[in-house]
Design a binder for this molecule. Structure first.
Ligand code: 9WO
Length: 249
């Protein structure tokens, strides 16, 4: 998969794209990320990419010209492109949208800065807008990195320990169960006995139940499409003594 990122601040990406699993995915050529600075497509000798907003007001707005020229230069190099603008008014990123995008051969991510981007850019690029959540940032760069990282995990071979991906899909749409590692007791709190039992069927069942417990307590909106075993486990939870419904935040 190839991802082109348009940004006035390419330096934001250097360390995150090198670290950890994402860095390895890129190094191994499973994912290619190329950075393009729209300033290189500015049309004047001052390399100007922004101007004052029509109608007045504070700050500057990114102009159409450099952004559109930058994307057009990429279109000639590659096939049909899905162009994505990172903005808080876009479609909310979730695992289902990530899965859809991970199936693409190439994507263009456009990161805005300043007070925003000229509205005409959206139409000129045929861009779709994606949000990672309801908060204001200073630019689309961090949202673009969030998208790149979640896509990288869905490419074959990126998550080396394939069990981790299996684990992701085992809890698909649910919150994961609590995890423990050594020591067996910390500040008087022991690890749940079943995890030390070596009984893999019992462990699997416990984890699924705890995933349902956490999801019921924190994100009941995610409790959809449950199978019969899940419904049985949920019924068990309902029958347990009241008072355990809330998990401390
Ligand atoms: C902001 C905006 C708000 C309402 C309607 C359209 C909008 N477009 C933009 C925009 O392009 N903003 C640029 C990027 C410039 C200002 C800072 N930017 C930004 C992106 N802040 N927050 C985001 C963002 C992106 C994705 N998910 C969450 C937040």
């Amino acid at each position: 998969m190839r991802i082109d990122i348009l940004t006035l601040f390419p330096e934001i990406f250097s360390d995150p794209l090198q670290a950890s699993l994402l860095g390895k995915a890129i190094e191994e050529g499973r994912m290619t990320v190329a950075l393009t600075d729209p300033r290189d497509f500015a049309q004047d000798r001052h390399r100007r990419v922004d101007d004052a907003p029509y109608g007045g007001g504070a700050g500057m707005v990114m102009q159409c010209g450099p952004l559109v020229a930058a994307v057009e230069s990429l279109r000639t190099k590659n096939s049909l492109r899905r162009v994505i603008l990172m903005t808080p008014r876009g479609r909310r990123l979730d695992q289902a949208l990530a899965k859809e995008l991970a199936a693409e051969e190439d994507l263009v991510l456009v990161c805005g800065r300043y007070e925003g981007i000229d509205e005409r850019v959206v139409n000129a690029l045929g861009a779709e807008e994606i949000s990672i959540g309801d908060y204001v940032l200073s630019g689309g760069e961090l949202p673009a990195l969030v998208l790149v990282e979640t896509l990288s995990r869905m490419l074959p071979g990126v998550v080396g320990d394939w069990e981790s991906v299996e684990t992701d899909s085992f809890y698909d749409g649910l919150l994961g169960p609590p995890q423990y590692t050594r020591p067996p007791e910390f500040q008087g709190v022991p690890v749940p006995e079943v995890l030390l039992s070596g009984n893999h069927a019992a462990i699997r069942r416990w984890r699924r139940k705890e995933a349902l417990r956490a999801t019921r307590a924190r994100r009941p909106d995610l409790l959809v499409g449950l199978n019969d075993e899940d419904k049985k486990l949920l019924a068990e939870l309902e029958n347990e003594a009241a008072g355990d419904k809330e998990i401390a935040p």
